[in-house]
Design a protein around this ligand. Structure first.
Ligand code: 5GP
Ligand code: MN
Length: 332
């Protein structure tokens, strides 16, 4: 871990290290509809724990998304938690429901639950909670944990961690990127993470079906005079485009870049009949509180919620709340 200018460390609570010492077999679970940070932080932590002699199993309700399906060992993800684990670590998720079907409180509620997350909206549901909103990615927390514990970082683990760091910052392009984050990224490259290859595979490659889906979604673009830009993704569009993956592949960030817009929203119909609402905003406009009020969560500039009801029910309700938030922000 020698580096000429070691990155500034984010503090790791001592009880976390103690808790990690205390078990042999652990399930590491991340959120439904995972993104690059979810997958990278889970695999990074799983491989670090295995290198310390633990048995660690990566768990996720949903498949690994196309964006990071090139990472090694993505096929190790399981959809159910083995019954004999000593503890559960949740990573990159802000409330207990985001674990989805694998976490049955009846079956696993008695086990230690270690909550590692970087969302300010985290509900502190664990028996040990390490919530660090300064971290730009859960992957950055895994990096600081490894350093605090003096665990060596192999090139493979550095690759997992850098991949999630890059996806949650959209390639180091979000407003929360600072010198510490650049130092961490540099250190991961020094440790053997191939940044050029990661960037190429993660950002410069999309399924054709996703581009077709964007082409179907963009004609439904709406602009509200309050500075809100939004569109929809329906089940019928996904069917027509032949795109089964639930995430929008970056569409919400793309539309939010439109000049003069404060908030961007994509409303996506889910196969279970609910609607996922994905928010982005300009620095200075906090969409995480609206998402939290709707039962979801996230970050000031990127958040979301999943609501019951049809698009026709959900859209006016959400737009009214966002407009109210913008009005208050304007008065503040
Ligand atoms: P995305 O818009 O990329 O799906 O998600 C952006 C952020 O919002 C992520 O940090 C994600 O964890 C959070 N988020 C998205 N959907 C939900 C949701 O349904 N519930 C919660 N709690 N957070 C969400
Ligand atoms: Mn994250």
């Amino acid at each position: 871990m020698n580096t000429p200018h070691p990155p500034e460390a984010l503090p790791v609570p001592p009880e976390l290290g103690d808790a990690l010492e205390g078990f042999e077999t652990v399930a590491v679970i991340t959120h439904v509809a995972p993104d690059g940070d979810a997958i990278g932080s889970t695999l990074g932590l799983v491989h670090l724990l295995r290198e310390q002699g633990k048995q660690a199993i990566p768990i996720c309700q949903d498949p690994v998304p196309y964006q990071v399906n090139w990472l090694p060992h993505v096929d190790e993800f399981q959809r159910t938690i083995p019954p004999d684990v000593d503890a559960i670590i949740s990573i990159d998720l802000s409330d207990i429901d985001r674990m989805g079907s694998p976490y049955d409180p009846e079956q696993f509620g008695h086990l230690p639950l270690i909550n590692i997350d970087h969302h300010a909206t985290n509900t502190l549901f664990g028996t040990v909670n390490w919530v660090e909103p300064r971290a730009v990615a859960a992957c950055e927390m895994v990096y600081h944990l490894a350093r605090a514990q003096n665990w060596p970082l192999t090139p493979r683990v550095a690759t997992y961690i850098l991949t999630g760091l890059l996806t949650d910052t959209r390639g180091l392009r979000t407003a929360n990127v600072n010198a510490r984050v650049m130092h961490v990224a540099t250190h991961l490259v020094e440790l053997g993470a191939p940044i050029g290859e990661i960037t190429e595979l993660t950002f410069n490659r999309k399924p054709l079906s996703l581009i077709k889906l964007w082409a179907l979604a963009l004609p439904h673009l709406h602009i509200e005079k309050e500075g809100i830009i939004w569109t929809i993704i329906t089940e019928a569009m996904r069917e027509e485009a032949g795109h089964r993956e639930e995430n929008d592949g970056g569409l919400v960030s793309f539309i939010t870049a439109a000049e003069g817009m404060l908030v961007g929203i994509v409303f996506t119909e889910k196969p279970d009949g609910r609607v996922n609402v994905s928010f982005r905003s300009r620095p200075g406009v906090d969409v995480s509180r609206v998402a939290f009020a709707l039962g979801g969560g996230g970050h000031p500039q990127a958040s979301g919620a999943t609501l019951n009801g049809s698009l026709d029910d959900v859209i006016p309700r959400v737009l009214a709340q966002v407009k109210e938030m913008l009005q208050h922000a304007g008065e503040a």
